[in-house]
Design a protein around this ligand. Structure first.
Ligand SMILES: [Zn+2]
Length: 573
């Protein structure tokens, strides 16, 4: 469950029913002609800009050179300027309105409607006063820069982010842990003022576009409604509250013993990361020893070929190992929607990178690599952020399975206890990450609804309720502002959790319809029919279907937390 942004997701698109028709009435048949012309011009003029952005991104992240970053910014600005063009947007509105009035399905085919709807959302986001847009960009850049140069200071010594993470993972000294945790939060008071102003600017932009606040706007652009997401999150919380409580009690007992403390005395700095979003390592068995010396790309190539979704061309174009200047993260990008799909990674032979590569290649197979060229350019991508994250998570989980490793021909000295540990690790991770996503989603929704409230109180109230972690006595600091996603990826986080629900539901459908076995422990190794199922049910439609239509198409049901909850139950056995 890696929290990474993917390039393809920065170009937010989707579709909804048409909100407002423009005043002048265009006959439906002219509307269809106008719509076709708008789509054609977008392909002719904007498509090269999109490819240029993708290539510039790739170059900047693989080289780290200043000139490359400057070119990336220029390319992004050219694309943004095209999407901000008010004349194009008016034409889209006119086309959408005319198609909306047309009852003649032949006169306006569904693919054309869908393309217009998707484009309309892509352009809508940029239709705010340019001066306001400029202020928002400047503010968020200022906050991101503060994050980039900030170093936690502990006893007068500056620490890098990875040093902070290492101490939180390994130190048994509670005083050291507390000092490092507080050091990590020290960025919050520095950015709080700018962040509050940014939230107000973002809300102003949303109101210019006719939305209540920025959170509502961002969800609208992603074809989601706050109340729908909230309903799923409420249901999920009811299903996971008790399993989470039980897992947390086990974790707390183990951590408290490791520090020689009582569980009641644990505070946020006793968990293994700054936000308690990852499962602390409490089991003695580890997968890393098994992965030592394993050729991870080779294992990926064999696994994906085995399920009928070969990734050789992706690996050839990818940049997989550490190099000075290169981005230390991982992402997958579809450069041209014509099959040039690449992964950036920094592989080391351990479990983390096995999971990460399975994850990124899960994105790779769900791209123009397998979405057929007959799908129009505008719709030739994943249905939604949540469906591609779900696809990545569907495969990522196998890195923690001893049985999967053995089937891949890797020698596992003592598979039984390792398999049990892997199952518990996956369960703990799902529950802990789900609780964390509850905090993030509810905080962001409430913050944009009322930025003037006591945000620190709001944050800690949510942490106590959903993560069941204790607020440090008397703490009033703006700790929420130490989470960079709130600045740089607003209203995005909930899609990771929805993606997990999609992954569970899809896995159940594969087990039921393809493997004809119980979902618990079902593996895909060597089953080409799994690839055929995914081709037909998930990849083929591209973005012609919205995320919930696709979920229904792929699994027979709308997205719900039931398969996810069932997976947690079977993992607890
Ligand atoms: Zn991902």
């Amino acid at each position: 469950m890696r929290t990474r942004l993917h390039l393809c997701h920065l170009l937010i698109a989707g579709a909804v029913s048409i909100m407002s028709a423009s005043s002048k009435a265009i006959p439906p048949e002219d509307g269809a002609a106008l719509a076709r012309a708008v789509v054609e011009r977008h392909e002719r003029e904007v498509r090269p800009l999109e490819k240029a952005v993708a290539l510039a991104w790739w170059e900047a992240n693989t080289t780290g050179k200043d000139e490359a970053f400057a070119r990336k910014e220029e390319a992004q600005n050219r694309l943004d300027a095209a999407l901000a063009d008010t004349r194009r947007f008016r034409e889209l509105e006119d086309a959408a309105a005319a198609l909306g009035r047309s009852t003649d399905a032949g006169g306006a085919d569904p693919l054309l409607r869908r393309q217009i709807a998707v484009l309309r959302l892509q352009y809508l986001e940029k239709q705010v006063d340019p001066e306001l847009l400029r202020k928002m960009t400047a503010k968020s850049n200022a906050v991101e820069k503060t994050f980039n140069v900030y170093r936690a200071k502990v006893n007068g010594v500056e620490m890098t982010d990875s040093q902070v993470r290492k101490i939180l993972k390994e130190s048994k000294d509670p005083a050291e842990r507390k000092a490092v945790w507080e050091g990590q939060k020290g960025v919050a008071p520095l950015v709080e003022g700018d962040l509050r102003e940014l939230v107000k600017l973002r809300n102003e932009s949303a109101r210019q576009l006719g939305f209540k606040d920025y959170h509502v706007l961002m969800l609208h652009l992603a074809e989601q409604k706050q109340e729908d997401v909230l309903r799923v999150f409420d249901e999920l919380e009811a299903l996971t509250r008790e399993p989470f409580r039980a897992v947390k009690a086990e974790i707390d007992a183990s951590l408290a013993a490791s520090y020689g403390m009582k569980p009641d005395d644990l505070r946020p700095w006793h968990y293994h990361d700054p936000f308690f979003q990852e499962a602390p390592a409490i089991y003695p068995e580890s997968f890393d020893a098994v992965y030592r010396g394993v050729d991870i790309p080779k294992l990926c190539r064999e696994f994906y070929a085995g399920i009928g979704l070969p990734i050789d061309t992706v690996l050839e174009r990818s940049d997989l190992y550490e190099r000075p200047g290169k981005s230390p993260h991982a992402f997958c990008t579809d450069i041209d929607r014509e099959g040039d799909v690449r992964v950036l990674a920094n592989i080391v032979a351990n479990e983390y990178w096995m999971g990460t590569m399975l994850h990124e290649l899960g994105h790779a197979v769900y791209s123009s690599l397998n979405i057929p060229p007959r799908v129009p350019y505008v719709l030739r991508g994943e249905s939604h952020i949540l469906t591609t994250e779900g696809m990545a998570m569907l495969f990522e989980k196998f890195s923690k399975s001893a049985v999967w490793l053995e089937r891949m021909g890797v020698r596992v000295p003592d598979p039984k206890p390792l398999e049990d540990t892997g199952r518990r690790m996956r369960r703990n991770q799902l529950l802990i990450f789900a609780a964390w996503c509850q905090v993030m989603f509810r905080f962001e929704a409430a913050m944009y609804a009322n930025p003037e409230q006591d945000l620190s109180g709001l944050w800690w109230g949510l942490v106590e309720r959903y993560q069941m972690a204790r607020r440090p006595e008397g703490r009033k600091a703006p700790d929420y502002a130490s989470k960079i996603h709130i600045v740089s990826a607003p209203a995005y986080y909930h899609n990771y959790l929805l993606g997990q629900l999609f992954a569970s539901q899809l896995h159940h459908a594969i087990a039921r319809e393809v493997l004809r076995s119980e979902p618990a422990g079902a593996l895909y190794n060597g089953r080409k029919e799994v690839g055929r199922f995914l081709d037909e049910r998930v990849f083929d439609p591209g973005r012609t279907l919205s995320w919930n239509e696709l979920t229904k198409h792929a699994t027979g049901e709308e997205l719900s937390p039931h398969a996810f909850a069932a997976d947690l139950k079977s993992a607890a056995r």
